[in-house]
Design a protein. Sequence first.
Length: 372
Amino acid sequence: MYIENFKLIKYRNYDYIDENFSKNFNILIGLNAQGKTNLLEAIYYLSTGKSYRPVRDNDLIKWNSNFFNINGIFCNCIGKIQLEIIYKNTDIVNKEVRINGIKKNKISELLGNFTSVLFAPEDLYIIKGSPADRRRLLDNDIAQVSPVYFIKMQKYNRILNQRNSLLRKICKNRGSIDELEIWNQQFIELSKDIIQRRLKVLEKLVPLTRLMQRKLTNGEENLEIKYLFSKKEEIKSNNDIDELLNAEYENLRKEEIIRGITLFGPHRDDYSILLNGMNLKSFGSQGQHRTAVLAIKLAELEFFKAETGEYPVLLLDDVLSELDKNRREHLIQTIKNKEIQCFITTTENLTVELDNSSAKRFNINQGKLIEM
Ligand SMILES: Nc1ncnc2c1ncn2[C@@H]1O[C@H](COP(=O)(O)OP(=O)(O)OP(=O)(O)O)[C@@H](O)[C@H]1O
Ligand SMILES: [Mg+2]
């Protein structure tokens, strides 16, 4: 799938752009703070209905304006589709999704229409960051190919909030344990469903990641990702999740009531990332972290293709300059061979060999795009 036309109005430092992109490489060249990342952020927004950065929609509106609009025309194997987001902060705040001009009731209806894989500097937090960083990055990606997962996560967060508020009440002797038992059933049921969905994704993603890492390192490095229940116990199979969740409930019951907060469930799980059997976070070099994230992203290209029938659009923010020559060429070759549409940001003209028939180059200067 590829973006044919893209319009932005009043988004971040963009006043108005209307651009036709190459269906292969689009190189976005500009000095610092000109709008390269903002453009990738806007493209990504159309695949998930939100920014990949932890910001509020209001912050995305161009200063001194009260709305933004993102509009893309995408080509896939079936035909063309137009996706549009209109966000207004006028008398009332209003966010609207339109697909082929028709207003949709829910933002989640956007999911699955256009998929993208983004590799930005913050993605290194998959390795270096907290469990919450790892969960957020993988959750965002799973949601793109599984809108149901997104809806389940929303429901889970609602129930979690209610369970937490009940625990706080019980902690202050104002709530009933019987009520907790009722919530608990629903909570465990949904927790199990979410963990099962995550395991299913890992089952497909891990072998692909292993393969990509071996390709990137000439077979020298073996990358493994494991699901850690409650940040400690590895789970592989679906069978024992019920038991684990119930056991954890019993173990933590007293502490949950004393602290007035939920201490188990998918919002407390983690992923461990191992390189040649060692914890990558503790032992890997900078380059190994970067390569591992790249392997995960390349694996996602294949995973998305298998799930949706189309390659996603690849967004590479500030990535190429940090990779060594071999890894950079491998990446470019992979994209070329698979005919994936790719957006690459850089502060200088890329030295990578790209023939002009497959690449368009744009200069970005203070929120204006000029094709070179
Ligand atoms: N809501 C907004 N309205 C107007 N300008 C904004 C808004 N949000 C961010 N900006 C500005 O957008 C500019 C460009 O940001 P962006 O992150 O896209 O730069 P960049 O080209 O990726 O730079 P770098 O090479 O440093 O990564 C920044 O100077 C920032 O102040
Ligand atoms: Mg940037």
